[in-house]
Design a protein around this ligand. Structure first.
Ligand SMILES: Cc1ncc(COP(=O)(O)O)c(C=O)c1O
Length: 394
């Protein structure tokens, strides 16, 4: 009997898990670790959303299987959100599906639309599901850069010219996890034109749709006229409403892709718990000031993080969006590599960050620092970093 399972063999060790295990062990040993590693919001969702969850959960008829593609009210709420926020019209019946978090949506989409041997274009560095979702489905990844400059377009053209079989799907993710890079509407216009010309489906991951700073709202690929011919977009309640554990996300756009995803999901799941979906409706249909307050909180943290880390001797960039800064290893640490640096930072500065190499080989030389602790803790992290850098210099 073989234990060389086809899919398991294709999955390298999850790098981030190594630092997570160390963080867990340090905490068990009573050490106060400042956790800037995972993108896990530290705030609760708005109170009216929790109230709605409790209200609906108290109903005796709310506990059966729900609808795999999402209850109609939630699909309508998402369509209304796209209309309000991006001016994009969506048919809640055929162009919207509710997913159990956007991560599940992306992986079910990979299952739905790719076969062993298919070639998928995915960014590097990338949020792991952008590559592993397809690798688990048996497809092959051809990496393209994450940075949306001219190299990016050359890489896309080269991929089409030199890859056999021709790539069928492109994943893009702006604001990027991990690099926090953003794009403007012109980028999406060019991408839609490129995808049509090359007959490639586009999956856009817009998980950080509402975490943008300095008054520059993120754009949706679906704002481009005709984008629905080739693209779908994934969004998430996790960061916008601090509902990461609730597992609610969406996929919207091209009807054929939505139908394929809906079909696969109908075999795999019964949808999220109905009270969770009802509460998600309350979030999307409710007051929008909570979204602005959430954004303001992250922007304030970002400013404190950039200022205090830079003063501590580690110059980190100011992200225009997302909940991360993507920082080069400090001078003198480059030789160590991002995984060893992250381990040392945890050990000696009691600060957890995510090693860049965990996001693909192009992530080596960087770490991702998440703004998921309060300003006071971020300042404390900067003081610890300063001490660590000074000790290392000695
Ligand atoms: C870019 C990106 N996409 C998707 C996800 C997954 O979000 P969800 O909680 O909706 O599954 C994350 C979570 O960190 C993310 O950063």
């Amino acid at each position: 009997m073989s234990d060389e399972f086809y899919r398991i063999k294709r999955m390298p060790p999850y790098v981030i898990a190594e630092v997570n295990a160390m963080r867990h062990a340090a905490r068990q040993a009573g050490r106060d670790i400042i956790d800037l590693g995972m993108g896990n919001p530290d705030q609760p969702p708005p109170q009216h959303v929790i109230d709605k969850l409790c209200e609906v959960a108290a109903k005796p008829d709310a506990h059966g299987y729900s609808q795999s593609k999402g209850i109609p009210g939630l699909r309508r709420a998402q369509a209304n959100y796209y209309q309000r926020r991006f001016g994009v019209e969506l048919d809640p019946e055929r162009e919207v599906v509710v997913t159990m978090g956007s991560k599940e949506g992306l992986s079910s989409m990979a299952t739905a639309i790719s076969a062993p041997g298919d070639v998928i274009l995915a960014p590097s560095p990338a949020y792991p599901i952008h590559t592993y979702g397809f690798m688990i489905a048996g497809a092959t990844i051809r990496s393209v850069p994450t940075t949306p400059d001219e190299h990016y377009w050359r890489a896309l053209d080269n991929a089409m010219a030199y890859t056999v079989p021709r790539p069928t799907v492109l994943v893009c993710n702006y604001p990027s996890n991990p690099t926090a890079e953003t794009v403007d509407l012109e980028f999406y216009e060019r991408l839609v034109a490129w995808a049509k010309k090359n007959e490639v489906w586009v999956l856009s991951d817009l998980a950080y749709s509402e975490l943008y700073y300095d008054g520059k709202p993120t754009r949706s690929i679906l704002e481009v006229p005709g984008a629905k011919d080739v693209a779908v977009e994934f969004t998430s309640m996790s960061k916008t409403f601090s509902m990461a554990g609730w597992r609610i996300g969406f996929c919207v756009g091209n009807q054929k892709l939505i139908a394929a995803l809906t079909r696969v999901k109908s075999y795999l799941d019964y949808g999220a718990f109905t009270p969770v979906q009802a509460a998600a409706c309350a979030a999307l249909n409710g007051p929008e000031d909570v979204i602005a307050q959430n954004r303001a909180r992250y922007q304030a943290r970002r400013d404190v993080m950039v200022e205090s880390f830079t003063r501590a001797g580690w110059e980190i960039p100011t992200p225009p969006a997302s909940m991360f800064t993507w920082a080069k290893l400090p001078p003198g640490f480059e030789h160590m590599g991002s995984l060893e640096f992250s381990k040392q930072l945890l050990q000696h500065a009691e600060v957890a960050v995510a090693a860049g190499v965990g996001f693909g080989e192009e992530g080596e030389g960087y770490v991702r620092i998440a703004m998921v602790e309060n300003e006071q803790r971020i300042r404390q992290a900067a003081r610890n970093v300063k001490r660590f850098l000074a000790e290392h210099a000695r």
